[in-house]
Design a protein around this ligand. Sequence first.
Ligand SMILES: [Zn+2]
Length: 412
Amino acid sequence: MSTALDPQRTIAELEELRGFSADVHGAQRIAFTPMWVKVREWLTSKLAALPVETHVDAAGNLWSTLKGRSEKAVLIGGHMDSVPNGGWLDGCLNVLAGLEVLRRIAAQYDGVPPVTVRLVDWADEEGARFGKSLFGSSACSGHLDMNEARALVDRDGIGLPEALKRVGIDFEKVRDSRRELANAVAYLELHIEQGPVLLDLDLPLGVVLGTFGVERHAITFHGQAAHSGSTPMNRRRDAFLAAARMSPEIYEIAKRHGGVCTIGSCTTKPGIVTSVVEECRITLDQRHLDASALARLHADAKAASERFAREGNVELAWERLWSIEPVLFDPQLKRFCREAIEETCGTVHELPSGPLHDAAEVARAGVPTVMMFVQSLHGISHNKIEDTKREHLALCVTAFDKLAEKTIRAHA
Ligand SMILES: [Zn+2]
């Protein structure tokens, strides 16, 4: 067996996977479905050629362990599941690159590396079926809200606990998955960027600094319905006007503090052509890598809404829908990641991740974590047109392998 890393094999395996798990609309590797089970069987058969122990944990995550001289474990992770009509790289590039890295390590160290190395395929990262992402990794980190998860149902009315039972998982025990992190000293995740930053810089690879914190709120302005013909402009209590003024304002706020702000939805009542809007509800999603800057984004939006409500003589109510703190990755691992990219392709860029990833859950569980991004063509993901240049795929496997080796040596 050759001891050399073979990035072309990863590309061939990605093509092989696409060959049986995608249709004309894109990838169909939706978690807990028969196709997902088939994809897992395919992955397990690849792992069987290695001197590893493979098992599924209490939350349905697949772990493959190459025992080293030390119990200390370096984890490499990704997710084989996809959204419906998804891309061919999201999640599975990480796992298949990890598989190739595991092969190289097993060969180079005659099956016994200085530290234990484990590959994990997280269950249901996308949350496509039940609308809740990061299922397996949040069960493992201990952050899964059991009451909320117990009540989730899919489009066909099947509850999450029932769907899990069908693939042999006992919902009430999923947080036992936590024990898998017992000896973890590092967690490494490679991922396609899913955005246009590296593409615009014409760079193949980047170090991910962390994942954005998120503040997600519904803002409701309440005025008075009134006849659109008989109510003079100066007598109106127009809820829509107050809400609409928030739209240009969030661009100013983001310009001031950085980060991103999105008004993603707007509903009006009574919502008819002949009435001034009585009630207007908008949703606001704000994200930033820095916790204090995120707090300023939120505070400025709140102050602006209060001003517009006062000026428009309408009432105002805020409701928090969801929030999460920013997650910053480990300084030493970020340095290894930077070095690995520099050695592979010369130039390195550091960027935050807008989307959440399993890596954020592992980091929140206290395991030192880092992610590496590879450029996305078109800057598009969760779509069948998702793609990355073949030469960039090869580079990312090479750089990710160097990151793994540096991490192993630091803990040897
Ligand atoms: Zn992903």
